[in-house]
Structures are given as structure tokens and as C-alpha cells.
Design a protein around this ligand. Sequence first.
Ligand code: ADP
Length: 249
Amino acid sequence: MSNDSAKQKSVMVESEDLCKFYGDFAAVQNVTFSVPAGQVCAFLGPNGAGKSTTMKMLTGFLSPSQGTAKIGGYDLHSQRMQAAELLGYLPENGPLYTEMTPQSFLRYVGQTRMMSRSELSERMSYVCDQCDLGEVWGKAIGKLSRGYRQRVGMAQALLHDPKVLILDEPTSGLDPNQVHGLRELIVELGKTKTVLLSTHILQEVHAVCSRVILVNEGRLVFDGSTSELGTEGGLMEQKFRELTMATTS
Ligand code: ADP
């Protein structure tokens, strides 16, 4: 009993029976899973599988048609502020404040999060360093490359030192060097934080995640360790194809 409640407490991301309907189209159907503290978990699936929609519900940006989403035990709907404090989110499209610089954007984000001046200045210099933003610190976000904009998005997600990171396609649009750097950063962050990251890239799962949740056509089709999905690229690809084609017939 006490074991159960200890286990319950350590769940940091919880999706219970989540559903999202657009008209009568079901983008997400009855998705249930939980991610314990300290795990780096891949949210894998082909394009259109429902990954972004699920992540938007798990971060409070979209209301579920059915089911509940919790971060650190706090319901995104009824305890939104407490959940938001624990949460850093990298949305699928980077920062939209294109006329701001990374510096002014991050200061603005920190102020809206009610960070103190000293904490904000310390964290701004940390994320500038970690996300390698020094070169573009004073340039307009709208003029930055996709890779840099993605890193500004990461810096924003990390700014308040959240316990949970939800990252929607974090390496999308990056060149191979940037992909490598960002994966290393995620592995490092995963030592102290709970991370759920979406991807459709199988190598990404291998490189950074110990657990995989696979969705297809809005439904969860696999939940297990990365090694269960296949440790070699070829095997994993075959399993991915089997699982994502099984529900289409
Ligand atoms: P993924 O992130 O796995 O690529 P999405 O969650 O973006 O998938 O989309 C899941 C499905 O829901 C897709 O078929 C997509 O076209 C549809 N969809 C997403 N957003 C909307 C919307 N606002 N209105 C209607 N359909 C949507």
C-alpha cells in the first residue's frame, strides 16, 4: 500500500483516457500512460499520429474532449498554475515573437513566470550557455535560422528550471551537428529531469530514450522499453512498420 502511494507520487506525466475530437474526426483516442520521475521517454509515431495534439493536452494548451492530463499529480485543467510551474514545453513551432531578440524574449518569459531579477539573470546566462545562443543573443528571432529558433524555444522551456520537459520534435529542422548537440543536452537534462519528447525518428529514440510510447492514428499501440522495440536500427524499423500498419486495415 505504502509502496503504491510512493509509486503514485513519483509519476510526473500522466495521460488518462485522453481523447481529442475535431468534429467527428478522432485525432487522439483513449490514450493512457504515465511517465515516472527521472525517465526520458520517446513519444513516437508517424506524421499525423496525434503526438502534438496529445502534447498540447498534456501542457494545457488544448482542452481534452475526454480524459485527464496531469503533471506532477496536478490536473492541467483544475490546477493549471501548479502544473505549469513544474513544466517546460517546447511547442512544435518555435517562438512566435519574431521581432524580439532571444535576450528580450527570455526576459519577458521569466517576468511572466514571476521569476526574481537575480534568479532570472542567473538562469538567462545558464540557458544562453547551454543552448549556445551567445552569437545571436541580440538579433531578432525572426532573422534567425530554424536551428537557432529551435534553440531559443529550448531555452524558453528550460528557463525556470522545470522538473518536467515536454519537447515536441526537438531536433526537427536542425543540421546533423545541431542534432548531435541537442541530443547531448537532452541526455544531460535527463539525469535530473523527467522528459517526454516526440519524434518520428527512430535513431532519436535509440540515442536518448530508455522508454518508448508509440502512437498510430490517435491510438497507443506500444508502450515499453527501447530495447523491447528492437535494439538495432533495422529491427526497430521493422517493428515500427508492423505496429503502425496493424491498425490501418
Ligand atoms: P502528429 O503530431 O503525430 O504529426 P497531430 O497531433 O499534429 O499529429 O495531428 C493528428 C491528427 O489531427 C492529424 O490527422 C491532423 O491533421 C489532425 N489535426 C490536428 N490539429 C487539427 C485541427 N486543429 N483541426 C482539425 N484536425 C487537426
